[in-house]
Design a protein around this ligand. Structure first.
Ligand SMILES: [Zn+2]
Length: 405
């Protein structure tokens, strides 16, 4: 019996090794984002098998190579709104392809505060649209930003006040079911009644909790971190314009080492000085770049109408002329990578880390975010032109999903 099972395992191994031989390996060459060294990255079955230095003297590549970018806050892209009640698989693919073009290989479609029915429908449409292998690989889950946020003007930002409510585990569980268990990140306001035990429950279930659109005191913020919160959502935004200079939510979030931060470094949502200061406090280790892109992102500049309101899409942001305010962000996270290098003088290695390795670690995507053997070959090839990242090729699991040719 023992002999027979050994023989069986041996046969199985022979069959499996035969399979992997049949699956052709491929490779990419580029200047490694970590140190600029010219390397060949060998890919087998969609994963990085080996990284070899290229000999000088041979024709060296002129593009950089880095792990694909990971954006944990994207509301929509290229005219596709992820909360659209008519969302289809085709629309999701269009948005995903547009993001691949910007070097984003992984992202979390993000839904904001709405009534229960609309959120439930949105999550089931989102989860139901992911029937394509590459899309499934690019979308490992969703981000729910709300509805358990501060209802106070300024802190609530663009979240509609009428749908903001107290944390409700039963409601959240029903939404998680509609999302087929794919809500991986939730943004909550810790000062809301019941928020601390709610954060504890999320933590138990492996859902990452971020603090955002809130006016939590230092004490409440510390309690939230103890309960398992690990991130601050777009720090410096979702905050009232006028705050107490001593007692406000910014200092305790900056001071608490248990919190990483996400920031919108598009040059409009935060000043350069804010980005520089946040970066000095949290470092490349605890900073995550997000686009927080609205569905207008990627479209031609100009005027648009949505839900009966007029919006102006400029190169930097979406404006809402009726209220004379910013409606939201439109720069892809690749733009935030080059911006943060300009604003803070950090190097390419750290800038990429903030848009790939850090979000991968936060969400628990251990197979992503780095170039090393055993990681999935989600890779980008790019040039730096006038300080901006220009994506030349994007790969998901070793497959070319975008090429600038
Ligand atoms: Zn927000």
């Amino acid at each position: 019996m023992k002999f027979r099972s050994c023989t069986y395992i041996l046969l199985l191994l022979i069959v499996l090794s035969g399979c992997s031989e049949k699956n052709e390996g491929n490779y990419v060459e580029g200047l490694l984002y970590l140190d600029g060294e010219a390397v060949r990255i060998e890919i087998v079955d969609g994963y990085i098998a080996q990284i070899k230095p290229l000999r000088s003297g041979t024709s060296l590549p002129e593009v950089y190579v880095a792990p694909g970018l990971i954006d944990i806050q994207v509301n929509g892209y290229m005219g596709v709104d992820f909360s659209d009640q008519e969302l289809t698989r085709e629309l999701m693919l269009e948005a995903t392809q547009a993001l691949w073009k910007e070097g984003v290989t992984t992202y979390l479609p993000t839904l904001i505060t709405r009534d229960y029915e609309r959120l439930e429908k949105s999550f089931s449409l989102l989860a139901g649209s992911l029937d394509d292998d590459l899309m499934l690989m690019s979308i490992p889950g969703f981000h729910l930003e709300g509805p358990y946020l501060s209802p106070v003007k300024g802190y609530r930002g663009a979240h509609p006040e009428e749908y903001i409510r107290l944390p409700d585990w039963e409601e959240f569980s029903a939404l998680q079911e509609a999302a087929q268990g794919k809500i991986r990140l939730i943004t909550v306001a810790p000062e809301m009644e019941g928020a601390i035990p709610f954060i504890g429950l999320c933590n138990e279930k492996g859902i990452v909790v971020s603090l955002g659109h809130h006016n939590g005191s230092a004490d409440i913020i510390d309690q939230a971190v103890e309960a398992g919160a690990s991130l601050s959502t777009h720090l410096g935004n979702g905050c009232a314009n006028e705050i107490n200079r001593h007692h406000n939510p910014l200092w305790p979030q900056l001071a608490n080492d248990g919190l990483s931060i996400s920031i919108i470094a598009d040059g409009s949502h935060l000043t350069k000085e804010e980005v520089r200061t946040f970066y000095k406090v949290k470092g490349a280790e605890r900073t995550i770049l997000v686009s927080d892109a609205l569905s207008f992102a990627g479209l031609p500049l100009g005027e648009y109408e949505k839900d009966g309101h007029r919006y102006l899409l400029t190169e930097e942001v979406v404006k809402y002329p009726e209220e004379n305010v910013l409606a939201g962000a439109v720069q892809p996270v690749s733009k935030c990578v080059s911006n943060i290098m300009e604003f803070t003088n950090c190097d390419l290695k750290d800038a990429i880390r903030m848009a790939s390795e850090n979000p991968a670690r936060l969400i628990g995507l251990d197979h992503l975010g780095e170039i090393s053997s055993g990681k999935r070959a989600d890779l980008i090839l790019f040039t730096m032109e006038d300080g901006s990242m220009v994506i030349q090729q994007t790969m998901v699991a070793g497959k070319v999903v975008y090429s600038n040719e």
